[in-house]
Design a protein around this ligand. Structure first.
Ligand code: AMP
Ligand code: MG
Length: 482
């Protein structure tokens, strides 16, 4: 049983419409996120009850829920679209976590809403599983992300490139307010409502801004800082979002709305994981600049609240924040402490080698972390072996400096292993568990979830999850349709 406490519906009605879910046929609980349920001290037995299933399947509404479809707009692939909003999901309401955090419960795939345009209001099982896995993987890597508590499968047919079945996913996260919420109110000249939204965001997500002489400046700076950190996290962890439209950007700096995302396997900065992104607008290496582009789109809406020089001052903080966080995070991945002169160059040299030698991004960090530096053999680096040897010498010198300060070789290895995953959400692994789930077998999904939820510790029963993609997976193509 959930204790709802709904605040979003106190916002102006320009930002939402009441909308009951439409049930899906023959709903079945495919998976419950036991780790998240435990964190939230939810009653796991209740989540297996018919009452819980009915609410998850959109067949009725749990007591206290007040489902609404959110209205927002956004820039999609650089083009302005005023007609967006929750087209296939509803905010059921909010609960307060045992830690006192206010969390949204959003049911994705819950049927048509006033913002569905031509869409059927549904999410397919495949994309629901992909969203579930990505949320767990990112969260475990320390990257802010929405998470999901449960997936319900069904026999409800939906047409995408082929016929598939619909699913629902219960998303649990502090924030569903997007850059596009602000853009919607600004560009439709509803500036009083925009002020109300800004006040709400300060109260709920950036309370520290209240103490500033200009709270709206504090809000904008807060969003910029968290977005900069998120972009740095994505780059360090090798995450490619795929659809970085402003309607998919959370004002709380969390990864939101998973479509054709990917994690870097073979290191290729030019990775475009969305096959509909023909111009490579959202190629992996461009993500930090797209983050700034999106913040500029958001900042335009803040011209209703702040002066242009103030906004420019806030935006100027993006790059230094991003670089600072990126440098710290990459230093940690290499087992180095505080950033010193020359470290950025060392990191760049390593990445260049990974790229030239077409190496697996996560596996090569583990390689560095699982051997004494002196014992590392470069035999399997092909023509790059000599350059890798040179780089290792520089690395070893840098590590020696670190050791003089505070730690031994085993400590370096342990520190690196604590931040470099051995279990990574590779596309082929997602594909395998999806195929099993489509046949009604959720066991592989549960095992992969376990691996991703604690990705830094090798376990013998999960050994098969640490391999690079097999030959057949090289042609896996992830489309935008979900
Ligand atoms: P996305 O690319 O998933 O972020 O979606 C962009 C917009 O299209 C959002 O407003 C979604 O709610 C809407 N949308 C996506 N898929 C569907 C669908 N199957 N039915 C209705 N609306 C959808
Ligand atoms: Mg979206």
């Amino acid at each position: 049983m959930l204790a709802f406490d709904n605040s979003y519906v106190t916002l102006p009605t320009s930002l939402w419409r009441r909308q009951r879910p439409t049930p899906i046929q023959n709903a079945k609980l495919l998976t419950l996120n036991a780790a998240l349920a435990t964190e939230l001290e939810l009653d796991i037995a209740w989540w297996h009850s018919p009452e819980a299933l009915a609410g998850l399947a959109g067949d009725g509404v749990w007591p206290g829920a007040d489902p609404v479809a959110m209205k927002y707009a956004g820039h999609q692939f650089g083009g302005w679209n005023p007609d967006l909003g929750d087209g296939r999901g509803v905010l059921l309401g909010e609960i307060i976590s045992p830690q006192g955090q206010r969390l949204d419960l959003h049911l994705k795939g819950s049927g048509p809403t006033p913002f569905s345009r031509q869409g059927d209001g549904r999410a397919v099982l495949r994309s629901s599983i992909r969203e579930y896995l990505a949320g767990e993987a990112l969260h475990a890597l320390g990257v802010p992300s929405t998470r999901a508590l449960a997936i319900v499968s069904s026999t409800h047919p939906v047409r995408r490139e082929r016929m598939e079945t619909a699913a629902t996913l219960l998303r649990v996260t502090p924030c569903h307010i997007r850059f596009g919420h602000f853009e919607w109110l600004f560009h439709s000249n509803q500036h009083n409502d925009l002020r109300d939204l800004a006040d709400y965001c300060i109260e709920r997500y950036y309370p520290e801004a209240k103490a500033q002489s200009k709270p709206y400046m504090g809000l904008l700076e807060g969003i910029i800082k968290r977005t900069a950190k998120l972009m740095a996290d994505w780059q360090c962890q090798g995450f490619a979002h795929g659809v970085m439209n402003t309607d998919n950007f959370s004002i709380a700096g969390e990864t939101l709305d998973f479509g054709p995302y990917g994690f870097l396997e073979q290191y290729d900065p030019y990775l475009i994981c969305n096959h509909s992104d023909h111009n490579g607008r959202y190629a992996w290496y461009l993500q930090p600049s797209v983050g700034l582009w999106n913040l500029n789109a958001l900042a335009q809406s803040f011209t209703a609240l702040l002066s242009i020089p103030e906004i420019e001052l806030a935006l100027a903080q993006y790059e230094p924040q991003l670089v600072k966080h990126y440098d710290q995070c990459m230093n940690a991945k290499l087992g180095l402490g505080a950033v010193q002169d020359g470290d950025r160059d060392l990191v760049a040299g390593w990445l260049a080698l990974l790229q030239r030698a077409k190496q697996d991004y996560p596996q090569r960090f583990r390689w560095l972390s699982e051997h004494d530096i002196a014992d590392l053999s470069t035999d399997d680096w092909g023509v790059q072996a000599a350059e890798v040897q040179q780089w290792l010498q520089r690395y070893q010198q840098r590590v020696e400096k670190q050791k003089a300060v505070d730690y031994s070789e085993p400590e370096r290895q342990a520190a690196m292993q604590a931040v470099n995953p051995c279990y990574v959400l590779r596309n082929y692994l997602a594909q395998q568990v999806i195929e099993a789930a489509e046949q009604g077998d959720a066991k592989p999904l549960e095992l992969l979830t376990q691996a991703l939820q604690s990705p830094f510790t090798r376990r013998s029963e999960l050994e098969h999850f640490d391999a690079a993609a097999p030959e057949w997976a090289s042609c896996l193509s992830i489309s935008c349709s979900s």
